[in-house]
Design a protein around this ligand. Sequence first.
Ligand SMILES: Nc1ncnc2c1ncn2[C@@H]1O[C@H](COP(=O)(O)OP(=O)(O)OP(=O)(O)O)[C@@H](O)[C@H]1O
Ligand SMILES: Nc1ncnc2c1ncn2[C@@H]1O[C@H](COP(=O)(O)OP(=O)(O)OP(=O)(O)O)[C@@H](O)[C@H]1O
Ligand SMILES: [Mg+2]
Ligand SMILES: [Mg+2]
Lengths: 168, 168, 162, 162
Amino acid sequence: MRLTKLKLAGFKTFVDPTSILTPGQLVGVVGPNGCGKSNVIDAVRWVLGESKATALRGESMQDVIFNGSGQRKPVGRASVELHFDNSQGRASGQWSQYAEIAVKRVLDRDGESSYYINNLHVRRRDVIDLFMGTGLGPRAYAIIEQGMISRIIEAKPEELRFFLEEAA
Amino acid sequence: MRLTKLKLAGFKTFVDPTSILTPGQLVGVVGPNGCGKSNVIDAVRWVLGESKATALRGESMQDVIFNGSGQRKPVGRASVELHFDNSQGRASGQWSQYAEIAVKRVLDRDGESSYYINNLHVRRRDVIDLFMGTGLGPRAYAIIEQGMISRIIEAKPEELRFFLEEAA
Amino acid sequence: TREQLQDTYNNVNRQFGILFPQLFGGGEARLILTGEEILDSGIQVMAQPPGKKNSTIHLLSGGEKALTAIALVFSLFQLNPAPFCMLDEVDAPLDDSNTERFCEMVKRMSAQTQFLFITHNKITMEMARQLVGVTMQEQGVSRVVEVDIEEALRMSDEAVPA
Amino acid sequence: TREQLQDTYNNVNRQFGILFPQLFGGGEARLILTGEEILDSGIQVMAQPPGKKNSTIHLLSGGEKALTAIALVFSLFQLNPAPFCMLDEVDAPLDDSNTERFCEMVKRMSAQTQFLFITHNKITMEMARQLVGVTMQEQGVSRVVEVDIEEALRMSDEAVPA
Ligand SMILES: Nc1ncnc2c1ncn2[C@@H]1O[C@H](COP(=O)(O)OP(=O)(O)OP(=O)(O)O)[C@@H](O)[C@H]1O
Ligand SMILES: Nc1ncnc2c1ncn2[C@@H]1O[C@H](COP(=O)(O)OP(=O)(O)OP(=O)(O)O)[C@@H](O)[C@H]1O
Ligand SMILES: [Mg+2]
Ligand SMILES: [Mg+2]
């Protein structure tokens, strides 16, 4: 289940529809301070079902929708889609038969989030189940946020247990 | 009151008596991970009166005393001395008449800390008063520990007030 | 269940014992259960960089802590490789020789797991097979461009236009 | 006393408004009192990097946060210069162009205040008038040597002997 493409629109600083292709196994992301690198990681965690705004550095979930800049007005919708190569059929349950899996999340300013897998409307729970036990939930060990690496081992012993349970 | 010299002995990884001369205004400290750079900052905060072991990354204050290494045995005493150039007489109170001020703190494994100013035995309070209001207390804004810089502005509004009061 | 958790704990602990010396060029590390019964006990990390005495992780330096945490995360990975791994400037506290050992390990693990890593460090950029540049030519708006290593280094130099 | 605190607040806020755009190459920032009465109110930071909308500091990036915090600390300094200032790898999250502006500012302030700074960053090393190298030729034991910039860069490469 390699990640092959990320598509963002209206998500934080990615106001224009943007595609990031990730064909290889070693992808470096570079750029000056404040240009949007960590926003890409926030986008991935959001699609995977993150439900706490503060975990995405916002106060409310609407803070992920592009909020305007010097020249641009705020927009009304944020959408992020991840494309996975599932040619080895490792995705769990009914999704194992598809060669490609596309997971999408959309949020309007005045509404709730909606989730899609291969363009079928699903519940948040279905997205969580798809990645269950792979270390790839919204807050599991496979995604390390900026500044968090050392806090993993400074965590209280009970918190370290949570990581172990996720890997079990 | 420029810092002209630091003398450490038995303090964390500085087991042998070590002098660091700092003649200039711009002093860079470099070296590989784990070699003892942040221990120098801990030494300065310790001399200035830091009384919480956890603020120096230890569990008890005895953790500042050299605890042994592959080839060396633990020692029984830690001592750090800071030398200041006070030729402009800016130190407060009775100390303004001295051209040089030396502040020292010594700790034995089985005892209490003792403080000295120009080799006169003083109380911890006297060291704190010497630097009062200069931003140089054990935890004031003039010493920024590793990893702490961003936490200063993420601090709660009441904590930011503390910094302001120190500068007042 | 209990056996599963005990198995996972034993495996992660073994892996941690293997990866830590590889990242540090020596030394040893292990996990310790804080209670008798695995189902309700916490986990503590003991780490001993080469040539140092065993210490609780609080005494470790900034770089030593980051590298120990990387060893632990990668141990979890070895056990149960996730589809991909995203790292946001985990190399920031590392000196050059630790950064090189970190890159060596990531390259080895990339045979099984895809890595996306954000970095400002030239040594880490050099291990990338593909470099994605994020810029803000238009203020406040992110755009993505393909870059090579020379351009990537220049980007870090380029201020976000004032 | 109340007047003193009000004076300090006004001065720090004014300085913050001057230093922030110097460090960011534009934009603006200020402090905000959370209550009516200065004697018991908290202080919040509002920061707007160039070309962005004003935001609470939580939305800022890692580098933007560090640079904003540096501007605030230096504002306190301008008001009441301490005998010296010690900085432990505050430049770690900064890209090259922000590191250069940070160094410019430290050099300007060094006319009044002595700076001791720990760094792994070549640009920051270059602003030092004196470089103190800390090594561990003997495992677990720190020693201090005078170094020049070439040696300093080599030190970061030198692993602590395994
Ligand atoms: N909803 C939003 N609309 C517009 N801009 C936003 C939104 N949310 C966050 N931002 C902006 O995104 C920027 C932060 O981007 P990000 O954290 O991705 O930077 P970065 O590239 O990781 O930088 P660094 O190298 O400093 O870590 C901030 O300047 C913030 O104002
Ligand atoms: N009392 C002590 N006796 C012996 N060693 C100690 C003592 N206290 C701390 N140490 C050792 O000091 C080391 C940490 O040093 P320090 O934090 O100064 O490193 P550093 O040079 O700042 O590294 P980095 O670049 O990674 O931040 C640890 O390896 C720790 O084991
Ligand atoms: Mg970032
Ligand atoms: Mg350090």
